[in-house]
Design a protein around this ligand. Structure first.
Ligand code: SF4
Length: 210
């Protein structure tokens, strides 16, 4: 494929830098425990210091892949697709989500919300990051707000983010994995005092599955 054609296809979202794809169990958030086909798209400039997929950041390291190929593999394996990254909204998600839906799949996304919303989603999990705050279109359309708690100051950030997110979104606090032993007791106390929040655990890490 010529370079100009490739640039156009990436721009319109029919080709995406694919980092990895795998069939597993959704480990965290509202859909915990559900079998899902994960599509991890490369590219992210949000820069979280505790990011556990730093390999995803440089989109150029990940092969430009036609979405038709991804959709065939996903729909052969699963009913639910979870598009994650990297930051999926770095790219135009319209074509991928449409094609997954045409193939009969439920289509969920995990996003930091740092870029304008594109795509048609059954479920948007917004996990905001301090380094690049979400845009309004994602606050307005998120089904779930999942705030990672790294230290006690993050509870203030969580409340600020909840105030900006639509009223229907389900609120989760999730311990950052490397700090979970330290912050878990704080989260338990916080949720008991503020029961509009729920706890999300990265169960896949406890179970050692991808
Ligand atoms: Fe990593 Fe996600 Fe933060 Fe990007 S937004 S740096 S992929 S944790």
């Amino acid at each position: 494929m010529q370079k100009v054609d490739l640039q156009n296809e990436v721009k319109n979202g029919t080709v995406l830098p694919l980092m990895e794809e795998f069939y597993t169990i959704q480990g965290e958030g509202f859909h915990t425990g559900t079998a899902a086909y994960f599509i991890r798209v490369g590219g992210c400039d949000v820069g979280c210091h505790w990011c556990d997929v730093k390999e995803s950041w440089d989109a150029e390291l990940h092969p430009p892949t036609a979405i038709e190929e991804i959709v065939v593999r996903a729909s052969e394996k699963a009913k639910l697709a979870v598009v994650t990254g990297g930051e999926p909204l770095t790219w135009n998600m319209d074509a991928l989500t449409l094609a997954l839906k045409k193939a009969g799949m439920i289509v969920n996304m995990e996003t930091s919300g740092a870029y304008e919303l594109s795509g048609t989603w059954d479920w948007i999990c917004l996990s905001p990051k301090k380094t690049k705050l979400p845009v309004k279109s994602v606050y307005d359309n998120a089904h779930e707000l999942k705030v990672v708690i790294y230290n006690k100051h993050d509870f203030i950030f969580a409340e600020e983010q909840a105030a900006l997110t639509n009223d229907q979104a389900i609120l989760f606090l999730q311990p950052e994995w490397s700090k979970h032993e330290e912050v878990m007791p704080l989260i338990v106390d916080y949720v008991k005092e503020n029961p509009q929040w729920r706890i999300s655990l990265q169960t896949h890490k406890y179970l050692d599955i991808p």
